[in-house]
Design a protein around this ligand. Structure first.
Ligand code: PLP
Length: 425
């Protein structure tokens, strides 16, 4: 049975209703026997699912399939490799709510997706509005561009609690703004930035484009990218979709895709992060004096692509699509609520945000020490200092492999460590 058939069958067995622990244990946990075998030989409870997602057993077989094609068919492997690239694009398109799979461009990092957009803007020194809460990779790329004189930045701050407000972002957008870069869910706190529609509408009204960082939203909440109307989205499979490193993407709103391809006007929206896979006739080896791009989203492809990442991400994407983001979201909120109650009862109350993603946060002092001690006590969690307030938040993310018993045990282990280290307002 193929990976997708195995997953489809397992998901069918849990039925259509809300996800429940018993059904997940019976039908879905067996798809993870390798990673769950750790539970027998280590004492660790894994709650860093918001960081590196846990892989299905099928992942190693899928990667093997990619390599086997190379051993047996040598260059004939490009057939199945490119076919898997298209499967990868279609699975991501389905997950983010985009009708056109070709609007998804495989990238090896989210940052690479951002650079492709920066290098597509009609101006060489764009005015960019972004927040102080973007993930380090994105923040660093933007600062590097500004330092080299290739961007002019407007930074939007959070409030005193480290929360971002749509109005502050809207207020920073002017007629001079070329691009707005904003996370859907803030990596350090899990805050869902509400009012994206308003931010996008304001940007468009001022003639600016919007790129969403959807990394912490991908596989967590319904994104509805096409309907939302943002121009671009970046994300990756490292976290919630269990696809490991290197399997990222840039999504381009279909309204920006050219139907016919060809040579764009120099001031049009086309990227110089390019290569022969973006050419109109990749394998024709014909050359034109000016760059003739492929039609549609293929114009955003670039040089010889990796193949393994498409296979690596196959099982996690198939599982996420089969379970459905809406059901995963409901289950995640249910688990987080349970965890939050347990934390509060254990006198280590979490910080509960009105709208948050897949993890729950605890504000602590001496963050790195706290994480070290927590890990030594058998709870694998992580944490980040809030980029604006400096407050360190431990991040706790249960997933479909986490049981209620594990959450209770994790709280028991963490409570004596965290209680004396809790940050007070
Ligand atoms: C919000 C967000 N964006 C992007 C990334 C990763 O960026 P990159 O793929 O460029 O390393 C992360 C990783 O944790 C993240 O949390």
């Amino acid at each position: 049975m193929s990976t997708v058939e195995t997953i489809t069958k397992a998901v069918a067995q849990i039925g259509d209703g809300p996800l429940r622990e018993a059904g997940l244990i019976e039908h879905i946990h067996p798809l993870f026997s390798r990673v769950l075998a750790r539970n027998q030989c280590t004492n660790e409870i894994y709650l860093a699912n918001h960081s590196l997602g846990r892989p299905l057993d099928a992942l190693s077989d899928d990667v093997q399939e990619c390599l086997d094609a190379w051993y047996t068919d040598i260059d004939g492997a490009w057939g199945p490799w490119i076919a898997e690239r298209e499967t990868y694009r279609a699975a991501i398109a389905a997950l983010i709510g985009c009708a056109r799979p070709d609007a998804i461009v495989p990238k090896t990092s989210a940052g690479q997706g951002l650079r492709a957009v920066l290098n597509a803007l009609p101006t060489t020194k764009p005015n960019i509005v972004t927040t102080r809460g973007e993930f380090d990779s994105i923040d660093f790329i933007l600062k590097a561009c500004a330092h080299k004189g290739r961007a002019s930045m407007s930074w939007v701050d959070a409030d005193q609690q480290g929360m971002f407000h749509p109005q502050s972002i809207i207020d920073a957008i002017t007629d001079q703004t070329d691009l707005v870069v904003v996370s859907m869910i803030v990596f350090a706190t899990g805050q869902i930035i509400e009012g994206l529609e308003r931010i996008i509408a304001a940007a468009h009204a001022h003639g600016a484009l919007v790129i969403l960082d959807g990394y912490h939203a991908f596989g967590v909440i319904e994104i509805g990218f096409e309907q939302l109307g943002a121009d671009f989205i970046i994300g990756g499979n490292y976290k919630y979709t269990r696809g490991g490193p290197g399997a990222c993407f840039l999504g381009i709103h279909p309204k920006h895709l050219s139907q016919s391809g060809g040579v764009p006007e120099p001031d049009a929206l086309f990227t110089t992060d390019t290569g022969w896979f973006a050419k109109q006739d990749t394998f024709g080896y014909t050359r034109t004096d000016r760059p003739a791009y492929a039609p549609g989203g293929d114009a955003w492809l670039e040089a010889t692509p990796p193949a393994i990442t498409y296979f690596q991400a196959r099982s996690g994407l198939a599982l996420t699509n089969a379970l459905g983001v809406d059901r995963l979201r409901d289950y995640s909120l249910h688990q987080q609520q349970l965890l939050q109650t347990m934390l509060t009862d254990a006198k280590i109350p979490p910080r509960i945000l009105d709208h948050h993603g897949a993890f729950t946060i605890l504000a602590v002092r001496d963050g790195p020490v706290c994480i070290e001690k927590t890990k030594a006590a058998g709870v694998n969690a992580d944490g980040r200092p809030c980029p604006t307030t400096g407050v360190f938040h431990v991040r706790l993310c249960p997933d479909i492999l986490s049981t209620a018993d594990e959450l209770a045990q994790a709280v028991d282990r963490m409570a004596p460590i965290i209680r004396p280290m809790l940050a007070t307002d």
